[in-house]
Design a binder for this molecule. Structure first.
Ligand SMILES: *Cc1c(COP(=O)(O)O)cnc(C)c1O
Length: 392
């Protein structure tokens, strides 16, 4: 089928919830994608940070395929070797203690919210269930994670939302202290806000938040759905701050392209959820976790993580060296980059696509890049050439 044929079929039968581009990706290798009409693109998005090893990585295909030939699904009443092994790796890499597997970022955050509330309920009883999140955050599309999300545009139509969330400005300790009433059980934040604009959190702020949480026995939840699994040059972005959260959520990049979500609990919250308190049919799927195991084996290597940092620096510098006049500032870490631009970033996104480059936007004025962590310098150079021309 041609792109146009696929487009008409999609528009006839799928709900129009996405502002799609006229592109139908058909095949790909690493950061290079070919669409249904045979057009080639450099992909600086990896499907919103999901294809962490790029398109069709050989090692990943082998791992997934081997599992497909054995067992494709078992229910969670049985033990799954690859899921247990992914749990082992995540625990060893994180310094936290136990893992639960779901299927998406929103679900991971839902689980983290349940975990934090149950921890508090066990120790303090009812009335201590409020979770503080940050303005401009994004935590998912379920009714509860929309309520957690600190952006008003997400708080429409679907009333009633789950109660028990308060939003405070990021990097503002006074505002946080003011919001810290006796009913608060957790603080939830992205280490770098993704959808909200690639907004950084100050290390001093996070260290102070960690202290406040310790003093009051409030759980610190990091939503690393976008920042986790090597994206920022550390396996977990919280490693940049030199602190350990109580709960961490993961999803996007963890499966290398297959749907997976996870939440991890540290010393306080590892054993809070017992039999029958949480579950999912698809979570911990053997094929998906076999893919995740390969992603983790590759991405957790120190030299791989160092290459992510190096490539991120290289990309940002390559672009800025071309003095793109529309770019006002650069931020981010590793291969999570935000270029604050003058003008509408959506227009630039379309211009990039017309010229063979896929990018993302974030917030009101940011071009966001989340290339596959395995992107080559040659692919970076080709993408930067196009981006610089669009933003010149
Ligand atoms: C994408 C994202 C989510 C939601 O993940 P889904 O898999 O789409 O449910 C939650 N939090 C953050 C930080 C995200 O980037």
């Amino acid at each position: 089928m041609t792109t146009n044929e696929i487009k008409s079929l999609d528009q006839q039968y799928l709900m129009a919830t996405y502002g799609r581009l006229d592109i139908a990706p058909k095949s790909g290798k690493n950061a290079t994608m070919i669409d249904a009409d045979g057009r080639e693109y450099i992909d600086f998005t990896s499907g919103i940070g999901v294809n962490s090893l790029g398109y069709c990585d050989e090692g990943w295909i082998k791992a997934v395929e081997a599992q497909l030939h054995q067992i494709q699904h078992m229910c969670n009443y049985y033990y799954c070797e690859s899921a247990a092994k992914v749990g082992e790796q995540l625990v060893k890499l994180s310094g936290l203690e136990k893992v639960f597997f779901g299927n998406s970022g929103a679900e991971a955050n839902e689980g983290a919210i349940k975990l934090a509330r149950k921890y508090s309920y066990d120790k303090y009883g009812e009335g201590r269930a409020t979770i503080i999140t940050l303005q401009s955050s994004f935590h998912g599309r379920t009714i509860t994670t929309l309520a957690a999300t600190g952006q008003d545009v997400f708080h429409q139509y679907f009333y009633p939302f789950t109660t028990g969330f308060k939003h405070v400005p990021a990097n503002d300790l006074d505002a946080l202290r003011e919001a810290l009433t006796a009913d608060v059980c957790a603080i939830m934040a992205e280490p770098i806000q993704g959808e909200g604009g690639v907004n950084m959190l100050d290390t001093d702020y996070i260290k102070a938040v960690r202290e406040i949480c310790d003093e009051r026995d409030i759980l610190l939840i990091f939503d690393e759905v976008q920042t986790g699994v090597g994206r920022t040059g550390k396996f977990f972005a919280y490693e940049h701050f030199g602190i350990l959260p109580d709960i961490v959520t993961l999803a996007k990049g963890l499966g290398g392209g297959l749907p997976i979500g996870a939440f991890l609990g540290g010393a306080k919250a590892a054993n809070t959820l017992g039999g029958g308190m949480h579950g999912t049919t698809f979570g911990a799927n053997p094929v998906v976790t076999a893919g995740a195991l390969e992603v983790i084996a590759r991405v957790s290597k120190p030299e791989f993580l160092a290459s992510v940092t190096e490539k991120g620096t290289y990309l940002a510098k390559a672009l800025m060296d071309k003095k793109p006049s529309k770019v006002k500032s650069v931020r981010g870490r590793g291969l999570m980059l935000g270029f604050q631009v003058e003008g509408n970033p959506k227009d630039y996104l379309h211009d990039c696509a017309d010229n063979g480059l896929l990018v993302l936007t974030a917030g009101k004025d940011v071009i966001r890049l989340l290339p596959p962590l395995t992107i080559t310098k040659e692919e970076i150079d080709r993408g930067v050439e196009i981006l610089a021309n669009v933003l010149k």
